[in-house]
Design a protein around this ligand. Structure first.
Ligand SMILES: [Zn+2]
Length: 452
């Protein structure tokens, strides 16, 4: 837990560190980098500080991976008084100090890092020794220790600034990671082969206007949108979930236009823009400095909070005159709500079928692709895919669901020949479970970013 420490404890920690530095210098006779975090206030350690410290270690490791330098020994300790690293590095102390000062000055988190370099011959290297200007004040940017010695800024001000630096860095880092996982999930989905009726690595399924490359074009064109979706969630986290959804819907429309431009007017990912976009928005809302939410149920429940009232409103306003899309007419005729209903309900198909099926098979050592085929079949068997209904009517959908269920009844891992036979038959019948494909992509995404 986050523990407050006293000035006395801090001084004792500094003394202990100095002793250990001396031992290393005497014993290894090469420069030592002493890395600590510069954290205002009485709490000097915790999950977020540790996270930033690990980033610093990565930076240090990268900087010291240079000709003529070599890390001889590494010690990292994790105390209530803070994280500390003592690395002995072979090479000229001056060069090492230059590299460390560059991290302090240029890295987005650098202001929070203290990277001292001690030399066995001459003691510590200072920034002045290198002709560098003193470090700047965290709050106002003035050079030197003037602000600190005169206590010009309150601890609260310093803490606020520290939080701002950490938030700026980790919000962006996590956003990039989540957006990357979204693109990866879409590529995994389209590459999973064989998939009955869908575009995969072997054929174009029941589609004449798109192939694997159309999907790759679309996935690439949508990259900015995945970032934006997380960003919208992060920015609107303090507002009502419906606000996030409204902003996402606007961004989603622009993303659809980007998709159509990239594919020459073919709808590859409209469903994914909606469903995966919603999940990413939820991930943004639930994001904290410690990292993205790793609880799939919580993320999907957030999707329900975000979209349920909009879905309710849209469905209840529908009349035979206003129902322009296939989905709208289908709702009026059958009450089926398609992907909007799925998202508004918190993705029950993903939570109860997709993820458990995928994870159970992976635990048995099945490959991700092979497990993905079974996930798709399980989704086909248990959901009313409106894409199947659009092409084959309710009978076509029921037929495809029964075929998928039968394959899974024979084995949780049906023979690939049997799946290929179903693919041929679905192509003959012009059937394509596009809704289930989107849910498979959401399943892949959640598997990558959540625990369980
Ligand atoms: Zn200042």
């Amino acid at each position: 837990m986050e523990q407050e420490v006293t000035l006395m404890e801090m001084l004792e920690a500094r003394e202990a560190r100095a002793r250990r530095q001396r031992e290393l210098l005497d014993c290894l006779s090469c420069p030592v980098v002493s890395f600590t975090m510069n954290i205002p206030g009485p709490v000097k350690n915790g999950p977020v500080i540790r996270r930033a410290f690990r980033e610093g270690l990565l930076r240090l490791d990268a900087a010291l991976d240079a000709p003529g330098l070599g890390v001889v020994s590494r010690e990292e300790i994790d105390l209530p008084t803070g994280c500390e690293a003592l690395w002995a590095v072979s090479g000229p102390g001056r060069t090492i100090k230059e590299l460390c000062a560059a991290i302090e000055d240029r890295d987005p988190l650098g202001r929070l890092f203290d990277l001292d370099v001690l030399d066995p011959e001459r003691g510590g290297w200072s920034r002045e020794d290198l002709g560098l200007s003193p470090r700047r004040c965290l709050v106002c940017g003035r050079e030197g220790k003037g602000c600190a010695s005169r206590r010009l800024h309150s601890v609260e001000e310093l803490q606020e600034k520290t939080r701002e630096i950490l938030t700026g860095f980790f919000a962006r880092q996590d956003r990039e990671a989540l957006a990357g996982q979204a693109a990866r999930a879409l590529m995994y989905e389209v590459c999973t082969t064989p998939k009955p009726g869908l575009v995969d690595r072997h054929n174009n399924g029941s589609h004449r206007d798109m192939d694997l490359f159309t999907f790759l074009d679309s996935t690439t064109a949508l990259l900015p949108y995945w970032h934006q979706a997380v960003s919208i969630g992060q920015e609107t986290a303090g507002l009502l979930p419906e606000e996030t959804f409204a902003r996402l819907r606007e961004a989603g429309l622009a993303a659809e236009r980007a998709m159509f431009r990239a594919t020459g007017g073919v709808n590859t990912h409209k469903g994914a823009v909606f469903s995966l976009g919603c999940v990413l928005g939820a991930a943004g809302r639930l994001w904290t400095l410690e990292g993205p939410c790793r609880d799939a149920a919580r993320l999907l429940a957030e999707c329900a909070l975000m979209s349920a009232s909009a879905a309710e409103e849209a469905f209840s306003a529908l009349t035979p005159e206003t129902a322009r899309t296939f989905g709208a007419r289908l709702y009026l005729e059958t009450g089926l709500r398609g992907i909007r209903g799925e998202v508004a309900g918190g993705f029950p198909s993903v939570l109860e079928t997709g993820l458990p099926t995928l994870r159970a098979l992976l635990r048995e050592g099945v490959s991700l692709e092979r497990a993905g085929i079974s996930v798709l079949l399980a989704l086909m068997a248990r959901t009313s895919d409106t894409n199947l209904i659009a092409r084959g009517g309710p009978e076509g959908q029921r037929w495809a669901a029964a075929q998928a269920a039968e394959l899974l009844a024979q084995s949780p891992l049906p023979a690939l020949e049997a799946v290929e036979a179903l693919d041929r038959e679905m192509i003959r019948r012009n059937l394509s479970p596009g809704g289930c494909a989107d849910l498979l992509a959401v399943t892949y995404f959640l598997h990558a970013v959540t625990d369980g």
